[in-house]
Design a protein around this ligand. Sequence first.
Ligand SMILES: Nc1nc2c(ncn2[C@@H]2O[C@H](COP(=O)(O)OP(=O)(O)OP(=O)(O)O)[C@@H](O)[C@H]2O)c(=O)[nH]1
Ligand SMILES: [Mg+2]
Length: 398
Amino acid sequence: MDFLEEYDVITQEDLEDIKESISTQDLPSAVQTIKEYLKKQDLVELNIGVTGESGSGKSSFVNAFRGLGDEEEGSAETGPVETTIKPQVYLHPKYKNVKVWDLPGIGTPNFKADEYLDLVEFERYDFFIIIALDRFRECHTQLAKEIMRMGKKFYFVRSKIDASIDAEKRKKNFDQEKTLDIIRKDCENGLKKIGIEDPVVFLISNFELGKYDLNLLQERMEKELPQHKRRVLILALPNITLEINEKKKKALEANIGKVALLSALVATVPLPGLSYAVDLVLVKKEIELYYNAFGLDDPSLQKLCDKSGKTIEEMKSQMKSPLRFGINKASILSLLGAASVVVAENAVEYVASLIPILGTVVAGGMSYITVSSMLKRALNDIAEDARNVLISSVGTAV
Ligand SMILES: Nc1nc2c(ncn2[C@@H]2O[C@H](COP(=O)(O)OP(=O)(O)OP(=O)(O)O)[C@@H](O)[C@H]2O)c(=O)[nH]1
Ligand SMILES: [Mg+2]
């Protein structure tokens, strides 16, 4: 897509452009646009947040990571008292567009997760390095949970291993491997408790860089950078599609009242069976319109399949609307399940107050409320299906 060529990084504004362009396209073209967008992942800016308790060695880690000594020019300030007050940004030594943020410490005794997260603008970071000072604590649980809730990832680091080893060395039966193992297990167990199946914990010393796991962490992170970038892009997608869908939904919703009113009017014509048949035709036509608007009609789906190599059945398995296998009497009536609840609750008064001329419309047909809530349900289902189809096509096709 040429609208991206001029950029070095994909910014919030670019996302807006992409959104704009997708919102005016049919589903297959939108998928194509998003695929092009995902190809630009080298341009994605990544923000790594280094977080953890005060004094755990975050700033020292950032320096070590960048290959700088603590007192070299351009290094992060470190010290025995609380040192980092505001998030500070540093460039990754190897990769442009990758930024390492040295964050203030979480003050351990009465850590207020929400205040801290606000203070450091937690949303800004694409993934995290949590640095633990000694044992696994409640504050680590809170941080890890919040990161997972945001759909982001973290690496867990236990720092100052040199100091732990020194302390243990005083014991008679000191065994370095065993000590490291105990430290590692403690952190792993903490992470398992919050549902991480295969936790990886990196033991490091910022003073002895060649020892322990610093190299492993660096290798692993570099290997996973493309995945992180991809996730940044994918994470932006549901929001993009959600907003677009909301716009489409609003436009379509505007018509529901008219259809429902028409159907209610027909219901007053005293011909047995007529109103029911007319309702079905009206509702069917309206729902077909929704399928077209969201690009889930068969020709559009076929186009999408041709591009992604999937079958229509696979596409439909991403969809949940009862109408996905055809818009017919049976599938439309299955929407009534939800509609009739609303009807039972407030139909009579509502209809009477809304359209006084019709008074007590209780002919054999469906009422205003029934039709409008059926259509609303269909519209919601279809919008949701469109989103899932889009995300799944993008996810597998690239
Ligand atoms: N023994 C040992 N000391 C370390 C290590 N990393 C950092 N330190 C020391 O621990 C103290 C705190 O280090 P910082 O890097 O300033 O810690 P921080 O997490 O950035 O601290 P705040 O910004 O105040 O939250 C300093 O005196 C460091 O020299 C390490 O791996 N081993
Ligand atoms: Mg610091």
